[in-house]
Design a protein around this ligand. Structure first.
Ligand code: NAP
Length: 203
């Protein structure tokens, strides 16, 4: 029986930014995880008009984590032609790594949307959740998390995050307006966005 613990950092990553990387680092450190698998969404159930190729989001994720041997990126959702549901993705990972304990990492507020996700009960039986506090998180977050666990079971850990006020939406707006994004994303990601002329026409 292995004692390995892997984090899963799922995200639209449109684009991936420094807060994503920092929160993954923080969680890996706090929970002493063996590695973190970044999983860019293919066609996510909750955002259906992304206007960007999933492979571009995947490439940017690969560039953002390059050089960190505790980080890995998976194309499991990007290569899936249909809609990717987290419960199915984590189910596949559990089949592939039956003895690994998985921790799905989310922002503090996005965990509150889990009621709308596919089969939350099964998902919470497959992995633990780690909810990372971010700037302006809800005051009653702990109570709301308790309600989720009371309803669906499982375990949701609440951890302090890096509190970086960065959002993918702001980055896309800055690119469109021709403003710099070097403080927001790793240099290689900024270069990729520029070279591939991403986010110029639409946000
Ligand atoms: P995202 O916008 O790319 O963000 C990825 C994660 O980083 C989110 O948990 C987000 O939390 C967090 N984050 C972003 N900026 C942050 C900051 N400055 N500080 C701290 N945390 C920050 O990804 P997403 O679109 O929310 O999707 C997240 C995952 O949920 C994906 O794997 C997706 O497939 C999954 N999901 C699944 C279903 C389903 O199965 N039905 C439905 C919806 C989402 P916040 O959301 O709090 O910003």
């Amino acid at each position: 029986m292995s004692n390995l613990k892997y984090g899963i950092m799922g995200g639209t990553f449109n684009p991936i930014h420094n807060a994503h990387i920092r929160m993954a680092e923080e969680v890996r450190d706090i929970l002493d995880l063996d590695k973190i698998i970044f999983i860019p969404t293919g066609t996510p159930p909750h955002k259906n008009n992304l206007n960007i190729d999933a492979l571009d989001r995947y490439e940017m994720t690969k560039l953002a984590i390059s050089g960190n041997d505790k980080f890995e990126v998976s194309d499991i959702e990007v290569l899936n032609k249909g809609v990717s549901y987290t419960v199915e993705t984590v189910g596949k990972l559990k089949e592939f790594y039956p003895n690994v304990e998985f921790y799905f990492i989310t922002g503090a507020d996005s965990i509150l949307d889990i009621y709308k996700w596919k089969n939350p009960e099964k998902l919470l039986s497959l992995c633990k959740f780690v909810s990372v506090k971010r700037p302006n998180y809800s005051d009653d977050l702990e109570a709301k998390i308790k309600e989720i666990v009371d309803k669906f079971g499982g375990e949701i850990l609440l951890v302090d995050g890096p509190l970086l006020n960065i959002s993918s939406t702001e980055i896309r707006e800055r690119v469109r307006e021709g403003r710099p994004i070097y403080d927001f994303v790793p240099q290689k990601v900024a270069d990729y966005i520029k070279e591939n002329k991403l986010y110029i026409k639409w946000i």
